[in-house]
Write a protein that binds this ligand. Structure first.
Ligand SMILES: Nc1ncnc2c1ncn2[C@@H]1O[C@H](COP(=O)(O)OP(=O)(O)O)[C@@H](O)[C@H]1O
Ligand SMILES: [Mg+2]
Length: 380
């Protein structure tokens, strides 16, 4: 079995560090302080919240986590349906109790219950949109009402929260949520997602309904020493070895990015019979680039010439983009144009900006630019 995992939420045996973050989240869950967690995609938000909430729940039986993922929720009606379905499934494990609870809890709106063969997975509620528009509170207050009723404390974790932007009137919707959720004393909320600029605007702009809803927390990547320990341990556990410089190569090539470090480690492990060297890591990077070639080509086709030139400069470790020299060397037009190009690349999620640092969102794409694209076309 490959001792590395990449994809979605990971189990604890593949989980690296995050001790401070776990402690912080658990403290907030216990003290009923809402949390907003933001980072780019695949940095480990879902895994972290799952880990923090489930491990707290296993040591404190009063705490019950509910995981609600909005990735496929596109309108208000779907939100209310998913929200109530997940809460009821987490709090009433027996079908009969769950159905009784529905009868008890819903007075103003009448849900249509559907049950499949397996009530643990196939249970859903349907609402009439006109009814819920009139009485959204009955659904939005479920966490508090059930917490009191069952003498438990619900931790409501809402993943991909930025998707509420797709709803037809996001601002009015946020107002409804905020108006109810702020009064909850027995339920606590953890909202997380990956559109940094959009989420920061939702929670940090004074004129927005969710302003000061809770602690806003930007998740970071995982530091080198933790990765080093993990890579060495996982190779050793499976009776293989890895050289220190190969460990270094995996971490630095993927710039400490949780998903990509795991992916390159998995590939390198597979290519190793006994001992993993820098050469094997290099081959593994090339293999990854081959499998992503078509995708990266397509992404690049969607960029303008200016945007491509900007990325070339970034690959070449340019730091100052608006100087006359950089603009001349990379043919970037003007400093006003540089600002435009940079914004477009942020909006396309190709790059991310932290203070003065600009980074590729996808370290593998950066490698592709460097090793394949710029090579092929003899760029500087
Ligand atoms: N704490 C961690 N330790 C090791 N790998 C991690 C960790 N968090 C995330 N990853 C890696 O990143 C991948 C994506 O994580 P995920 O939690 O889905 O991120 P997000 O929710 O931010 O998109 C995981 O499948 C795993 O490979
Ligand atoms: Mg996620």
């Amino acid at each position: 079995m490959i001792p590395f995992k990449y994809g979605k939420v990971i189990e604890s045996s593949y989980f690296v560090n995050r001790e401070k973050e776990i402690a912080f989240l658990q403290r907030n869950f216990k003290s009923k302080i809402n949390t907003v967690l933001i980072s780019p995609r695949r940095w480990g938000k879902s895994s972290l919240v799952k880990y923090a909430a489930t491990s707290l729940a296993s040591s404190d039986k009063k705490i019950v986590p509910v995981f609600i993922d909005l990735f496929n929720v596109r309108d208000e009606k779907e939100f209310y349906e998913t929200f109530s379905r997940k809460i009821l499934m987490a709090t009433y494990t027996k079908l009969e109790e769950r159905i009784n609870a529905v009868k008890l809890l819903f007075r103003l709106v009448t849900p249509k219950i559907s049950v499949g063969v397996d009530p643990n997975t196939e249970f859903s509620l349907g609402f009439d949109i006109h009814e819920i528009k009139k009485n959204p509170d009955e659904i939005l207050n479920l966490p508090e009402r059930i917490s009191k009723l069952k003498k438990i404390e619900l931790v409501i974790c809402v993943d991909e929260f930025q998707n509420i932007a797709y709803f037809s009137n996001p601002l009015a919707f946020q107002k409804k949520l905020r108006a109810q959720w702020q009064h909850h004393q027995h339920a606590v909320y953890c909202l997380y997602g990956s559109k940094r600029n959009m989420l920061a605007e939702l929670f940090e702009n004074k004129s927005m309904p969710f302003y000061k809803f809770g602690d806003v927390f930007f998740l970071q990547k995982i530091d080198t020493p933790h990765w080093q320990k993990y890579l060495l341990r996982q190779f050793k556990k499976t009776k293989k070895e890895i050289h220190a410089d190969a460990v270094e190569k995996i971490i630095t090539t993927m710039e400490n990015h949780p998903y990509f470090v795991q992916q390159l480690a998995a590939m390198s492990w597979e290519n190793t019979t006994k001992s993993c060297s820098v050469k094997i890591v290099d081959q593994s990077i090339d293999e990854l680039l081959v499998t992503h070639d078509l995708l990266f080509h397509r992404e690049t086709d969607l960029l303008s010439n200016y945007q491509i030139r900007f990325l070339r400069a970034l690959v070449n470790v340019v730091k100052q983009f608006s100087t006359a020299e950089t603009i001349r060397m990379y043919d970037l037009g003007s400093s006003a144009n540089v600002v435009r190009v940079r914004k477009a690349l942020v909006d396309k999620e190709m790059i991310d900006i932290y203070g003065k640092t600009i980074e590729f969102m996808d370290p593998l794409y950066k490698q592709w630019m460097k090793r394949v694209y710029m090579n092929r076309f003899n760029y500087i």
